[in-house]
Each structure stands twice: as C-alpha cells, then as structure tokens.
Design a protein around this ligand. Sequence first.
Ligand code: XIL
Length: 368
Amino acid sequence: MLSSRRSLLAGGAAMLAGTAAGGRAWAAEAEQPPGLNALAAPKGLFFGSALDDKQLTGDPAFLQRLGAECGMLVSEYSFKWETLQPEQGQFVFTRADALMDFAAANRMRVRGHTLIWHEGNPPWLEAALTPEGALAMMYGYIATVCGHFRGRLAHWDVVNEPLSPEDGQPFGLRATPWLRALGPGYIDLAFRAAAKADPASLRLINEFGLDYAIDWQETRRTALLKLLEALLARGVPVQGVGLQAHLDAAEKRLDQRVLSRFVADIAAMGLKIVVTELDVRDDGLPADIGVRDRAVADHARAWLDAVLPNPAVLGLLTWGLSDRRSWLNDRFPRKDHLPQRPLPLDTELRPTALFYAIAGALDAVPGR
Ligand code: XIL
C-alpha cells in the first residue's frame, strides 16, 4: 500500500543530501535547487511541464523558471483540434508555432497533444463525422497537422483517452463520434496516418484513470493492456503509452506493486512509457497548507517510486509548473474555495514539497 518510506525532504527546510549518484547536496532554503530536468537527465530521463498559452507572455519570472526546470513542453490548448482547425477547412497554427518558437529558443523539446480525442474539438467537427466522411476527415487532418510539425515534435498523443469500459463498447472503448463513424479500427487508422505523415515523433496512446487499486481502474488497466496487445498484433504503429497521472492525494488505495506490475506489462510489449500530465489534487484534504503539501508530496513520491525505475519510462511532465495556474481549480474546485496546491512550484514560484518529492524520486532512479 501507500509507501511508508519518508521523502528525502520534509517540507521546505530539509536537505536533499549526499546521494550515491554524485554526492550532491543543497539546502532548499539557502540556494535554488538544480532544475528538475537537470536532475532527470543523468538518469536518462527528462522533466517537463504543460503550459497555458497565456503564460507565454507577460510573466517573465514564470518563463525564467520554466526554462530552468523543463526540458520538454506541452500545450494545454494549442495542439488540440479546436485550436488548429477552428473552422472546417481552415488551419491556424499561430499559437502552436509560438510555443514551438519559445521552446526552440530555450532548447526545450515539445510533445504534441493531441490528434484524436472526444474533447477539445470544434463544434462543427461532430456533425462532419459521418461514416462516409470520417475517414477523409481524419486522414486530412492528421496529414496536415503532422505534416506541419514533421520531425519537430518529440511525441504525439495520437489518440487520447480512448477507454471507457462502462460505455459497453467493444474492447472497453469509449463511445465517441470516431468510434460511431469508423468502428474500433479508428485507432489503427489514426496511428497509421500519423506514422505516414510524421514517422519520427514517438506515437502514444494517452490515458487517465490507471493509478489505483480500485475496481474501475483495474478494469481500465486490463482493457488498455488488451487493446495494446491487439494493436501490436495487427501491426499498428503504436510506440508508447502516456500515463496522465492525475492523482488524488486523498485516495488511499495506491498499491505500488500493482502499479509497477502494470508498467512492467506495458514495457514487456516493447512499448515506451511517458508520465504525461502529473498533478495531485488536494480537494479531499483539510485546508491546512502544511498538511496538504505533505500529503500531495508523499502521494506523488509513492506513485513515482513505483513507476520511474522501469527502464521503459522516458520521462515525466507535470500538468502545469506553478500553482499560479492549474486546471484542477476549474475542474475540481475545493469546497472551501481555497486554490489547490497540485504542482511543483507555488504561486510565488517557490519549490513546494512536491518539487522535492519529484527531485527525490528522480534521484532514487538507478542510472540507465
Ligand atoms: C485540459 C486543460 O488543462 C484545460 O485547460 C482545458 O479546458 C481542458 O483540457 N486530460 C488531458 C488534457 O488529456 O488535455 C486536459 O487538459 C486535462 C485532462
């Protein structure tokens, strides 16, 4: 069950000291710890974060931290269908290109999120997804979008959140307009189209709700493994799995053995793993900031300790870098209306206990 192992750092006052990896030691209060990507790199991993486009301007202190911490960026909006093709027949790459320019100027890689999803779509799309029109729509979109970024993205989330076993569809698939129009083979088609248009970017299925030893998540894990097996058996060019890792600090049923076994099962198929959207909601916890921060950090540390050591894991990204902005405040607002504290930096851009939990988990990963 939840790891009883203490974090390397308790609160902001302790030290991440004397590691086997190189005897690094620094006092959190005395100096800025090294960036998370710099801690990840010697382990053959990367660290990155999601970014809201509005954060690309007007907040130089934030951008400076982003550059210091991240080796990879992903946009919360700019690579979604509603942004890239707001009107039928009209592609708009302005926002995505601005993020590409910022990343290039700061030597960061970028992941594409996402090509085929049941959310983040413009209103016109659903009407256009008829059995007759859907294939051309998908192929045209993927050819244009993957073609635009060809060779410049580290990863593409080719299909996002395809599972919803409670929908009663074949293979536990979610009942989406794509499934309705094209059947379960829509996933095959999307991956084949992406591989053709941009062979070099790693192609992933990105999914949530895979983290806990609870029945509905066990069902999702089993469905995902079966789906991957079937895709690979058909020669579909899927190359990895994105574990979103939207965690819940109040959830007690985190079983590290279940998690590491699941990750090993994915790796055994020859697939890569990326932790794509890590954050830890605290809306089930009391208001006290110290209590929340400790629980968030310990929870993430237990999850990361079970996942990161698998050599198939390439790296991790948090869904936002600083508590200045998190989707969780919109999606799961706390009943007391206090802002959540789900990310590695607080609103003042100071490292939170979660920052040190991530640093400690990276430090504990054996070198590859
Ligand atoms: C979320 C963004 O963070 C929000 O700002 C937006 O309104 C909706 O999408 N899983 C995903 C992400 O794959 O794309 C979602 O991002 C969060 C959950």
